[in-house]
Design a protein around this ligand. Sequence first.
Ligand SMILES: N[C@H](CCC[C@H](N)C(=O)O)C(=O)O
Length: 282
Amino acid sequence: MTQLVHFTKMHGAGNDYIYVDTSLYDVPNPAAQSIAWSRPHTGIGSDGLVLIGRPHDNTQADFSMRIFNADGSEAMMCGNASRCIGKYLYEKGVFHKPVIRLQTLSGVKVLQLHLTADDKVESVTVDMLEPRFEQSEQYTGAEIKLPADFDGHVVAAKFVSMGNPHYVIFVDRMEGLDIARAGKLLERDEAFPERCNIEFAQLVGNDQIRTRVWERGSGITQACGTGACATAAAAASLGLASRHPAVLMDGGTLDIRWSANDDHIYMTGPAAFVFEGDIPMG
Ligand SMILES: N[C@H](CCC[C@H](N)C(=O)O)C(=O)O
């Protein structure tokens, strides 16, 4: 008999993933499952698969997260998924505490849940740790060439690592730019040995940035938590915006605060259940 896996589909500002609690269901080949289940017509339809697990070292963290893009590649971190995991654990009664330490491939992230009067999770703040701008195994520093429709519209561009790599391009207007084409091309630019997430950002004011995202391994998504943090960090470090902007993405707005005290970025935003069900493995 085919083994069924219970899943929960959730989204954070429209960035949707399939969540499986691996203490209940083992997913031996998550890359293949992410590809199959993320397909809209023959699967569940999502930006990828997130596995909620128990940490390898439980002195450091309460739970762990692994995230797979829709193409099966594994990501170091996912901001929107970390907020959804907070809501999942709390509202399903798995871990009924408002502070959760989540182990990821890019370090332990602390989640602070904000609760409503009827004990629901209204929003979650995640300590996303420090942004990094320097050259690394993720970015060679080589010049990046943009397609011709961007000529005359680029204000600035900057590489930022939030654990995972991001390249943020500030433009003077979004209209008329083929961001899907540019994103697809730049994701695989040779400047990014591990490929890259690409953000297209337009300054709306000192405290507001409009951002669209091409995610490595998933394409255009409605929002990206690490991408919003990278955008805010790039904007502030270039002197284009404040250290506490609202980042307006296609599927919702994230509040980003880059603390001057500890240099950490704090991301606050929503998390929502969509539906749950059982799906065959394989
Ligand atoms: N959507 C995610 C990021 C997934 C990143 C992934 N596309 C990669 O780094 O390969 C977020 O909310 O932060």
